[in-house]
Design a binder for this molecule. Structure first.
Ligand code: FA5
Length: 347
């Protein structure tokens, strides 16, 4: 076979192969063309390679170079078509989804209703000039009890009513008047601890709120949970009165629960306030307790080094879950701590 014949056969074949690959519109026709032109047994390339033997040895180098070029170009064209058709793999060419169906929305999370409530409460109290303060959830007896005028024999300190941590000392080892009681710690049972922490580091005037978790071994029911949140408020200045306390709580309640909310102050007792009240809101015809409040007891001012003759103040502690429940009409606190998205996604 002459060199020119060989070359023109290759030109024709190359053109045919490129056309076949380029026009292949599915995996089957591409595979068919591959077998026809590049197939190891019967492909056209194989035939051409055989014809090399019939070429004059002096022309073989030229023929070989053209043959290599042919192989490279045809192979590249095949690869390109394979990629165009999705890898040439039958299964990947089949439509994997129905583009006419509506898409599947990714499930987006959102802020938990309690966190939403906390943000809302901070916003309302912030508008009244209260700054946010924080304290630790693992506390020492000084901040949870002693500085709050809760003596050692007070029932509020009973191990059955608190989550003492494993390092707690036995009763006989306790030195409760010592603010550096080493080793004895508990999960705070109230946010009133933050009153002490703030007053220890700041001088009056003070106007703070603190929102956070507290822990009590209460049996769960519709209005109790062993872990819940409180909003603590503290206002200390000269000439602060009970009227200020009632006004702040009323303004807060109408802002958060609406203008028609009914609020009641009921005489009560807390070791750290004097006088003390319980704060109730009317809910579906029943008065429900939302928190405690009162004028800061002089003993508390003394424990943080304030002069009770010079300053006065009020404090309050409201249950955040109950506020959230009242606003949203939730009847069982346990729903707030379930993982049921059907419930949580409503808020
Ligand atoms: C206190 O915790 C006082 N520290 C409040 C206070 C602060 C009084 C400042 C005076 C001055 P009490 O134990 O009543 O008070 O709790 C306050 C509120 O927390 C309750 O009215 C209720 O709304 C909420 N609460 C109490 N226990 C639970 C519980 N187990 N689950 C959910 N909410 C609770």
């Amino acid at each position: 076979m002459s060199l020119s014949n060989f070359l023109s056969t290759l030109d024709d074949l190359q053109q045919q192969a490129l056309d076949a690959f380029e026009t292949a519109n599915d995996a089957d026709s591409l595979e068919e063309a591959r077998v026809r032109y590049l197939g190891a047994k019967k492909g056209a390339l194989k035939d051409v390679q055989k014809q090399m033997g019939a070429i004059d040895p002096s022309d073989r180098k030229t023929a070989g170079m053209r043959l290599n070029e042919f192989k490279t170009k045809v192979q590249a064209s095949f690869d390109e078509s394979k990629a165009r058709l999705g890898g040439g793999d039958q299964s990947s060419l089949a439509p994997t989804f129905d583009p006419t169906l509506p898409g599947i929305r990714p499930q987006l999370g959102h802020v938990h209703p309690i966190t939403q409530t906390i943000n809302h409460l901070m916003e309302i109290m912030g508008r009244m000039g209260f700054e946010a303060a924080e304290g630790p959830e693992v506390e020492d007896p000084w901040h949870n009890f002693v500085a709050l005028n809760i003596p050692e024999d007070h029932p509020a300190r009973d191990p059955l009513d608190n989550f003492y941590l494993a390092t707690a000392k036995t009763t006989s080892e306790k030195t409760t008047s010592d603010r550096n009681v080493e080793g004895e710690q508990l999960l705070r049972s109230q946010t009133s601890t933050v009153q002490i922490r703030v007053m220890e580091h700041q001088s009056p005037p003070i106007r703070v709120i603190s929102l956070g978790r507290v822990y009590r071994p209460d049996d769960p029911d519709a209005t109790h949970f062993p872990m819940f949140h409180q909003m603590e408020g503290l206002y200390v200045d000269e000439h602060v009165t009970m009227a200020n306390l009632k006004t702040v709580l009323r303004v807060f309640a109408t802002n958060y629960l609406g203008g028609d909310v009914q609020i009641r102050f009921r005489p009560s007792f807390f070791p750290f306030t004097e006088p003390s009240v319980e704060v109730d809101f009317l809910w579906n015809g029943t008065w429900i307790e939302f928190g405690g409040a009162g004028m800061v007891d002089p003993a508390v001012f003394e424990s943080v080094g304030y002069d009770p003759e010079k300053v006065s103040g009020f404090a309050f502690g409201l249950g955040v879950e109950r506020l959230c429940m009242r606003r949203h009409g939730i009847t069982d606190i346990r729903d707030l701590y379930s993982c049921d998205m059907r419930f949580l996604s409503q808020f």
